[in-house]
Design a protein around this ligand. Structure first.
Ligand code: OAD
Length: 232
């Protein structure tokens, strides 16, 4: 039996759009409604922790009410034929709920919170709210387990190692505006097939080249599945 090819996928909020989750920078996206620095930075949390906790409480509640879509499902199905590693900028859990077994979260996870004082104390809260006054076992305020702007991205080293081993690399549903995630595509071996799925024009960093599939996530993944079936 031949070894499965390694398919590495970098996903962004666009893959969850058809599940009903808002993207950030599109018209009607979250960053039109909220200021990044207010709800997604350590300074914002310091200035108004209740606003920040509430912002993530809303996102977490909504996550419990939505379902994975075709794009998440096709990626999970591809594990039958490929060694699939998902690297996601998303803080939702829709890849996991669709059945993907290897998901690396670059920007944290909505269903987890952690101690403000002891970052290794991480707790699963599911879809429940976390409020001002909710504390870790050592008595310190809990905060969302999210990587905010200005904070380090602890999973990036592992993500780079995965991308370096890819036989095929796919980018889906991300504007490639946020670093270091946007630079991951520069770490692939040369001459592997690289695809980018997005219904809109993406400002691709100059150090990266892709075959563009200009479709929404669900339709784009259907097309990619056909293309991949010929690459094995
Ligand atoms: P953006 O909002 O920047 O980009 C969303 C991308 O999804 C755009 O390129 C859209 O064209 C595309 N899109 C929209 N609808 C789609 C659909 N139905 N199918 C496929 N693609 C679609 O979101 P991200 O690139 O994910 O970080 O943003 C990156 C990071 O910035 C996020 O992880 C978040 C944000 O601030 C943090 O909060 C730390």
């Amino acid at each position: 039996m031949s070894k499965k090819m390694k398919l590495v996928v970098l996903s962004g909020s666009g893959i969850s759009a058809e599940s009903g989750i808002k993207t950030f920078r599109d018209t009607g996206g979250l960053w039109e409604e909220y200021k990044i620095e207010d709800v997604a930075s350590p300074e914002g949390f310091e200035a108004n922790p209740k606003l920040v906790l509430d912002f993530y409480n809303q996102r977490r509640k909504q996550l419990g009410e939505v379902q994975p879509n075709d794009a998440h499902r096709i990626l999970a199905e591809l594990e039958q034929d490929f060694n699939v590693q998902i690297i996601t900028q998303n803080v939702d859990n829709l890849h996991e709920r669709a059945g993907s077994s290897k998901v690396l979260h670059l920007h944290g996870e909505l269903t987890k919170v952690r101690s403000t004082k002891h970052p290794h104390l991480v707790y699963n809260v599911g879809y429940k709210p976390v409020n001002w006054g909710d504390k870790c076992e050592k008595g310190h305020q809990l905060r969302p387990h999210i990587v905010w702007f200005g904070e380090a991205v602890p999973a990036i080293e592992q993500a780079i190692l995965e991308v370096q081993k890819a036989d095929i690399f796919v980018v889906i549903g991300t504007s490639l505006n946020v670093y270091p995630a946007a630079n991951l595509g520069a770490y692939t071996k040369t001459d592997i097939p690289k695809f980018l799925i997005d219904p809109n024009n993406v400002n691709i960093p100059q150090n990266q080249k892709y075959t563009i599939i200009q479709k929404t996530a669900g339709e784009g993944m259907k097309e990619l599945k056909q293309i991949l079936s010929k690459l094995q």
